[in-house]
Design a protein around this ligand. Structure first.
Ligand SMILES: [Zn+2]
Length: 352
């Protein structure tokens, strides 16, 4: 395959890491994504690209190409997992319901923020209902699930009435501390790398294109979605888009070959196999560029491409992303995986 010469874009590591740090720090469980969306819109417009929102808060970024006859899309999501207040208990604790699929045992002991619909924010801690070792016989063994976990609010409250006086109500958002740490040696840690690290990779590519004053081969529509973790983020694809490349975290574990140094190319997940030609082209590009890459099957996974296909869009789709360890738990990746992902994205959009 002949490669287009502008695939040798240079990526600004400092820009990508600073951007990731800023995005990862903003609380954005599915449905509570406005602040993150506004930050993304400002960033894209500062790089010189026009943007628009759809009704449910997905952000679309237009990147015009050398050939404006064809438009392909890249998608990533900026919503994260979280919790919601299910009810207020008589002792002033909060019963919770999950937003998306966090690994509940990993939330035990995590700090959180409770956002009321009137604009207040309170701090708290997620704990099991048998939280004290000196009191509860089952403090170590109690199953950590929705039913046996609750939020202790950092306010003087010991009854449901006290909590209601704070303005906290059923249905309020509970955001878990994202615990962002970017280490000197390249490791990137945060509970919600999925999928903000891929959004950062896409922004890294846009930054490189914009700095070099380069255009991709054809028009690119960047679709940044706000309800992926609950299944319907990317189900609407604007008119005229022929294919969608999802950039979402790559899986690591069991017999999968991906590591935190690799860009993962997913051949098949719970939604079935991805488009044969697109996937083959991505693998060929990864080989030609000598990327550190893996081709894997993800056992329990669905992407926004699958949501788009199930919604009846006439598109073909594939999935790539940086390898992320301990997904939906305490996630970690490495800058090298992000860099490999940016290089594969750039190659793909510049050989179209
Ligand atoms: Zn994801």
């Amino acid at each position: 395959m002949r490669l287009h010469n502008n695939m040798n874009l240079t990526f600004d590591k400092q820009y990508v890491l600073d951007f990731a740090q800023r995005l990862l720090t903003i609380d954005s469980p599915s449905s509570y994504t406005k602040k993150a969306a506004e930050m993304l819109q400002q960033e894209a417009e500062a790089l010189g690209y026009s943007t628009y929102f759809n009704q449910k808060g997905n952000l679309y970024i237009n990147v015009s190409g050398e050939n404006s006859e064809e438009t392909i899309a890249l998608t990533a999501h900026f919503d994260t997992l979280g919790l919601m207040v299910r009810s207020i208990k008589s002792d002033g604790k909060l019963a919770v319901t999950k937003i998306g699929g966090p690994l509940m045992p990993t939330l035990d002991g995590e700090y959180c923020r409770i956002y009321t619909r009137t604009g207040n924010c309170y701090k708290g801690t997620v704990l099991s209902t048998s939280c004290a070792a000196h009191v509860y016989k089952d403090s170590a063994d109690l199953v950590r699930d929705e039913e046996h976990m609750e939020v202790r609010i950092d306010e003087l409250v010991n009854s449901a009435e006290n909590v209601k006086k704070l303005g906290i109500e059923n249905g309020d958002i509970i955001a878990i501390d994202p615990k962002v740490e970017i280490l000197e040696n390249g490791f990137i840690k945060s509970r919600f790398l999925d999928d903000k690290i891929s959004v950062s990779a896409i922004m890294g590519v846009l930054h490189a294109l914009s700095t070099a004053n380069q255009k991709p081969k054809c028009n690119i529509l960047i679709m940044l979605t706000s309800f992926e973790e609950v299944g319907h983020g990317g189900c609407w694809v604007p008119e005229g888009v022929s294919e969608v490349l999802a950039v979402d975290m790559g899986c690591i574990g069991l017999d999968l070959s991906c590591s935190e140094q690799d860009v993962s190319i997913c051949a098949k997940d719970s939604g079935g196999p991805y488009d044969y030609e697109m996937t083959s082209k991505l693998i060929a590009l990864a080989k030609e560029l000598k990327l550190s890459y893996a081709v894997d099957i993800y056992p329990f996974y669905r992407s926004d491409v699958t949501a788009a296909l199930h919604a009846g869009n006439d598109i073909r789709g594939a999935l790539i992303g940086p390898g992320v360890h301990a997904s939906h738990g305490m996630e970690r990746t490495h800058y090298r995986a992000v860099e490999q992902t940016m290089r594969l994205i750039a190659a793909y959009i510049c050989t179209k």
